[in-house]
Design a protein around this ligand. Structure first.
Ligand code: AGP
Length: 609
């Protein structure tokens, strides 16, 4: 939810920290701050607003020193303002600390520390940490950090410096992501890899309850008990330019256009059409183990949840295994009934969503086999699942998830076919036919993207309307929710997704000329039903935008605007119908002057409850 960076080495820390922070802005951007060790003095600057405000402040206030920390915030406790911005200090300003996460027992800790004479300045939960460290400090920063963290409950990724220990940077994590960057004569801490990739590609992913002590030349990792832990480093294999906009106006647009490549790469790496074989490398459950599975529980949030709904439809269709899908924030408290032969699937682009991580841990406590479908390699959900199927969609920076969604659906289609093959409900011949059709999808996505100007023109016709309704059926029912979510989160226009068959049970009362209705109505076995629903809406002056199959000319009688997708088998159609919905939301948001990549109130990864 927030982004942190840390540097210790031979170069001036401030420019390195700020540049790294800018690459983490997608994690939160309501205030930012930096602290640098100048000899035995901590010099700091904090600003409300985006990182560019901090840039401006640093032009006036030079911070010199080769050890430092920085932070970009997404407020959880305390409004976004100067005093609540990180870094936070102890009483003597001997310690500076930045934090991503939530200290759940902060009130109790603060009360106790106040009793012991500590003075607090902010409303944040974070501020208890430097005071706790001060309480236990006996000359060795990492010892005091380990001791202090034993008193805390909740989630954290922290970076800490002490004025009496120049050249030392300490970090720790529990529940929030943290990576160590290993350089030559310099080392780094960061919430995510893009922050350090300019300086090094050699990283160590930190696990929960681990404490890191860095100098320019040394990296020491221990548990909270102080016992050393040896961890392997990983070399990041994707290019920083992938994490840049690449000439597009927004990350979101770049990622929408990246979808054909992503789907193609997943298929070329995981499907052998000629042999009718699928490789779900990483799933780590044997064929025999999968054959025993008699029910599947899918847990996710937001867009990932919608991908799970598509997965439910496909797995039940091909593998005839009962599936239930739940939003993680409900599942984790619902005390669901798991059987001995249940399979739990967590779906998460970031692999750090707190609710999904908690639901995963609950399932593991119940002895359930767990698999995650994740995009970020080495993320917590990925590492804590028994098996992980990576989508390898590359970094998704826009807060509104697009290519991760179509990548998740692609994996679900392969998983459904794979399970069907194991269960015997899909023959080798059927598998080959399905994969042959699947291979056309990237090209069909490109054809839709080639029609972007038509979609832009459609956005111009409807962007002033105050509310939208999205309706769909069957395997395109989840896209009604996903299309609505895209519009809501980047344009701030109210939008709802509904099963088309539900309209008569209440929502049709909303229909009037101020309501745009997006009807997802490709060729399918429920096509006629969709047409009836559209007629009911038009009879009440609803303005319909139809997402229909190329060649369907009769649809024009039922809709004011039509956006076409190429003809394809119904099981692949969600991968196509979502593309015009993504672009429609994008162009409407641009027309409304919204901050498309960093919409208000949101962050890319919701690592708190
Ligand atoms: C989707 O556009 C949103 N940004 C949000 O709903 C997101 O899908 C959700 O927070 C889940 O994130 P995850 O996939 O990283 O777990």
């Amino acid at each position: 939810m927030c982004g942190i960076t840390g540097y210790v080495g031979k170069d001036e820390a401030a420019p390195i920290l700020i540049k790294g922070l800018a690459r983490l802005e997608y994690r939160g951007y309501d205030s930012a701050g930096i602290a640098v060790l100048e000899g035995h003095r901590i010099r700091a600057l904090k600003m409300p607003g985006k990182i560019k405000e901090l840039y401006k402040g640093l032009k006036k206030t030079r911070l010199n020193g080769t050890t430092g920390i920085a932070h970009t915030r997404w407020a959880t406790h305390g409004i976004p303002n100067y005093i609540n911005a990180h870094p936070h200090y102890d009483c003597r300003k001997a310690i500076a600390l930045v934090h991503n996460g939530i200290i759940e027992n902060c009130e109790g800790l603060k009360a106790q520390l106040k009793k012991e004479g500590h003075k607090f300045l902010s409303e944040t939960d974070t501020e208890v940490l430097p005071h706790l460290i001060e309480k236990y400090y006996k000359g060795v920063l990492e010892d005091a950090v380990r001791r202090a963290l034993k008193d805390t409950k909740g989630s954290y990724a922290i970076a800490v410096i002490h004025k009496d220990e120049p050249g030392k940077l300490v970090g720790a994590r529990c529940g929030s992501p943290l990576v160590v960057g290993i350089g030559t004569g310099e080392n780094f801490l960061a919430s995510d890899c893009p922050a350090i990739m300019d300086r090094t590609r050699k990283v160590i992913f930190v696990d929960d309850q681990e404490v890191i002590t860095l100098t320019g030349d040394t990296v020491v990792i221990t548990g909270l008990n102080g016992r050393k832990i040896n961890k392997k480093s990983t070399t990041i294999d994707w290019d920083i330019s992938q994490a840049e906009k690449g000439g597009y106006a927004h990350f979101m647009l770049k990622e929408i256009y990246d979808q054909p490549r992503v789907v193609h790469e997943i298929l070329s790496s995981r499907a052998d059409v000629a042999k009718g074989r699928i490789d779900l490398e990483g799933i780590k459950i044997t064929t025999a183990g999968l054959r025993e599975v008699d029910n599947i529980v899918i847990s996710a949030c937001g867009t990932a949840y919608h991908a799970g709904l598509v997965g439910e439809y496909l797995i039940e269709k091909f593998a005839r295994i009962p599936v239930e899908v739940d939003v993680s924030s409900e599942l984790r408290y619902r005390n669901p009934v798991y059987g001995k032969r249940s399979l739990f699937i967590a779906v998460s682009q970031s692999g750090e969503t707190a609710d999904t991580l908690a639901a995963l841990r609950e399932a593991k406590k119940n002895g359930v086999k767990t698999v995650s479908i994740c995009n970020v390699v080495g993320s917590t959900i990925a590492r804590e699942s028994d098996g992980v199927i990576y989508t390898h969609a590359g970094p998704e920076i826009g807060v509104a998830s697009t290519k991760a969604y179509t990548a998740q659906i692609t994996i679900f289609i392969l998983l459904a076919l794979y399970l069907g093959g194991i269960k015997g409900s899909v023959t080798r011949k059927q598998l080959k036919e399905a994969l042959t059709g699947f291979e056309m999808i990237p090209e069909y996505m490109d054809e839709i993207l080639d029609e972007a100007e038509t979609i832009k023109a459609c956005a111009k016709k409807y962007y002033r309307l105050p509310c939208f309704m999205y309706i769909g059926r069957g395997v395109n029912y989840p896209n009604a929710f996903e299309g609505a979510l895209k519009l809501k989160e980047i344009s701030y226009i109210h939008a709802e997704g509904y099963g088309a068959g539900e309209m008569k049970h209440g929502p049709i009362a909303l229909i009037d000329r101020n309501m745009a209705v997006v009807a997802i109505v490709p060729q399918s076995f429920t096509y006629e039903k969709m047409i009836s629903n559209m007629q009911e809406i038009r009879a009440r002056n609803g303005a319909i935008i139809a997402i229909a199959t190329e060649g369907d000319l009769s649809i024009k009688k039922h809709a004011r605007s039509v956006l076409y997708i190429p003809k394809t088998e119904e099981i692949f159609s969600p991968l196509l119908t979502i593309v015009p919905l993504q672009l429609l939301a994008y162009y409407i948001a641009v027309l409304k002057g919204r901050d498309v990549d960093q919409p208000r109130n949101l962050a890319k990864s919701v690592t708190v409850e």
